[in-house]
Design a protein around this ligand. Sequence first.
Ligand code: NAP
Length: 332
Amino acid sequence: MYTPDEHRYESMVYRRCGRSGLKLQAISLGLWHNFGGVDAFENMRAMLCRAFDLGVTHFDLANNYGPPYGSAEENFGRALRADLQAWRDQMIVSTKAGYDMWPGPYGDWGSRKYLLASLDQSLRRMGLEYVDIFYSHRPDPETPVEETMSALDRAVRSGKALYAGISNYNPAQTALAVAELRRLGTPCVIHQMKYSMFVRKPEEGLFERLEAEGIGGIAFSPLALGMLTDRYLKGIPADSRAGKDGRFLNQTHITAERLSEVRALAEIAQQRGQSMAQMAVAWVLRQKALASALIGASRPAQIEDCVAAAANTEFSAAELSRIDEILLTAPA
Ligand SMILES: NC(=O)c1ccc[n+]([C@@H]2O[C@H](COP(=O)([O-])OP(=O)(O)OC[C@H]3O[C@@H](n4cnc5c(N)ncnc54)[C@H](OP(=O)(O)O)[C@@H]3O)[C@@H](O)[C@H]2O)c1
């Protein structure tokens, strides 16, 4: 029977999510990969328990994480019942709807019909009465933002979610969504965006907008799906994401140029006394707009490594400019 480490809250850093009452630990764990029906359940349990032992409280899901779609939520629910149920009030569980989930016109994008039906399904799969955060997973150019936001407002008012969030909205879309949620009386508490040394778009106005609105950011894929680690420096391991699941990362992304950048970055990491992964996470967390860096993992040791990044998120001006120099030579 699992008993969490009683010292788990002593060393983890918690950061306030915007101007809300919610605090998130600096490193959160996402279940997009390695928690599906095709993966080993015992490894998932080990990762979730190790994360919780290390002070990680936030676990991020979406309706279609798997494969197959829905299976990450099912597995998370199963692991929760096996090990973590007694600590539900110490956990922040999020889910989302917005990408393709089921066939037909009501299983994709941003309609009220889709979001609310999907939330009910997610709760059933996880065996939960509520999630802590429910996100609109992406903006829908064809559905009025008022309708999508009305679904988030309804989710919170019905008690099926405690906080509303948006993901992948650009600064202008964010301004509209946030204003509508505010009008409805359900504030937007969190924005989930892709951000890493290799994807710096949020620096072009999004972080500024979030700080002005008092919304917390959470950066997903801070390791660029594994590229900003030592994972691929000696070839593509068979058990890596690029080696076993080429849907989002494959050998076409792991070019000689990318690898030479990672090698140059890894030298700076070494001088800082950090692993490459730790420096990539720390670099993301230097942004004041961010409450948390949302990592993925395939084994407990990776979570241990990433969590230790929170111990040093300060960068000297010389380190930052050397990192910029390396990245400026990077292909888009
Ligand atoms: N809102 C959205 O649209 C959206 C989109 C994508 C993701 N997300 C969220 O963000 C989460 C994280 O995404 P991600 O998995 O792409 O994140 P990531 O942190 O950029 O990449 C995770 C991968 O990096 C490798 N890794 C992790 N720690 C390592 C370490 N210490 N040393 C060496 N390698 C390490 C592992 O690769 P191997 O598996 O090869 O070992 C792991 O699977 C998702 O689970 C999901 O919750 C949200």
